[in-house]
Design a protein around this ligand. Structure first.
Ligand code: OOG
Ligand code: MG
Length: 258
């Protein structure tokens, strides 16, 4: 049995020193399971909080077929967003503060009220103050983004940054979130397109999935939490000079450049 505290320390060091771990935990320890992985995740997040960050919400990952295929992991997961991850959309990203950062288009939720478990799509929508477009920046602490499900859970779901879109609207105003079109551009060229339904059939279903998983651990989403419902398309690598833009129907455009 691997020392969970040691795994958390190695993941945290990798993030701070921008030096990826050579191999995923599961290569050496096939018994490293989801329970252990979420325990390590909690320790990794606690280290960020010790350095002054606060939890601002949560993120879903691997909720779309595109992402599951790209990462070769076929089940969703969640992680925690902290205030130190918010990226200023007007400034260029400093790539030296990441290992190998990628950008992906997401639909974000601003949760207004507690959502009872078991959660449903209508209950999530009723508890949501606003939805918005976002770009999530992911930066696996494993070399080459090579991991299995428990490894990436332990790594706080590759969380690294979030660029919040400029438009936040009540979901009822936006229409059916499953049908919202999303366009991802790199350096002006369209590279991927999707609809909201890419995330578990409906972005609010992804949030409901999260509420139910948290309830199993006696946790809830706090009112005021920001939740990212998962990448709608493949993530794309950011290189020096890259400009990645996401446009979502009714939710405006958000851009990040390096
Ligand atoms: C894991 C994180 C996945 C998403 O939206 O699917 C994720 C990864 O791809 O490294 O954030
Ligand atoms: Mg994501």
């Amino acid at each position: 049995m691997t020392d969970l505290g040691l795994i958390a320390e190695r993941l945290d060091d990798a993030a701070r020193e921008r030096r990826p771990l050579g191999e995923p935990v599961t290569d050496a320890d096939s018994g490293f399971d989801l329970r252990a992985a979420y325990e390590v995740q909690g320790m990794v997040v606690a280290k960020r909080l010790e350095r002054g960050a606060r939890v601002m919400g949560a993120k879903l990952g691997l909720t779309s077929a595109a992402k599951q295929r790209q990462m070769a992991v076929s089940e969703p997961l969640y992680g925690w967003l902290t205030t130190d991850m918010v990226v200023d959309p007007t400034a260029a990203l400093d790539l030296d503060t990441f290992i190998h950062v990628r950008a992906e288009p997401e639909i974000g939720f601003l949760i207004g009220r507690e959502i009872p478990a078991p959660a449903t799509v209508p209950a999530v929508l009723a508890a949501t103050d606003a939805v918005f477009a976002a770009i999530e920046l992911i930066d696996s602490r494993y070399d080459g983004f090579r991991f299995r499900h428990p490894d990436v859970i332990a790594d706080n779901a590759s969380s690294a940054g979030v660029v919040l879109g400029p438009v936040a609207r009540p979901p009822a105003e936006v229409g059916d979130l499953a049908l919202l079109g999303a366009v991802l551009r790199k350096n002006g060229a369209v590279v991927h397109t999707a609809a909201g339904a890419a995330a578990l059939g409906h972005p609010a279903r992804a949030v409901a999935w999260l509420v139910d998983r948290l309830a199993e651990r006696g946790q809830t989403l706090e009112p005021g939490a920001t939740v990212l419902s998962g990448g709608l398309t493949d993530a794309i690598a950011m290189e020096r000079g890259s400009v990645v833009g996401v446009e979502i129907d009714g939710l405006g455009a958000v851009e990040v450049r390096a």
